[in-house]
Design a protein. Structure first.
Length: 111
């Protein structure tokens, strides 16, 4: 019985580890990255979500497509996402991937 408690606890912890970050998590990570450089786990997180690939081009596309050119810096993209999340607080309830896609697709639509 004691082992079942540990297995249950391990399961609860592991589900939290793999939970997708929210847009609010992205806001915090990008604000930290802009203030302190894109270092550590927050820097990696911000970079990952503000530089999406346009690789979801199938019919089941849910996240808006974003087509970046080669000239955008992580910093400029992070500023766009941070400003967008602050201007539209309702987006903070979405996943980081969805919110970044919505915000960036307005500035970098795919033709």
């Amino acid at each position: 019985m004691k082992n079942l408690k540990w297995i249950g606890l391990l399961f609860m912890i592991s589900t939290d580890i793999y939970a997708a970050p929210s847009a609010n998590d992205l806001l915090v990570a990008c604000e930290d990255s802009l203030a302190n450089g894109f270092h550590g786990s927050t820097g990696m997180m911000c970079s990952w979500y503000v530089t999406p690939c346009d690789c979801h081009n199938g019919k089941d596309l849910v996240i808006p497509r974003v087509c970046l050119t080669a000239s955008e810096s992580e910093e400029s993209l992070a500023k766009i996402v941070v400003d967008g999340l602050k201007a539209q607080p309702a987006l903070q309830l979405k996943s980081a991937e969805m919110a970044a896609g919505i915000i960036l697709s307005l500035n970098y639509p795919c033709d």
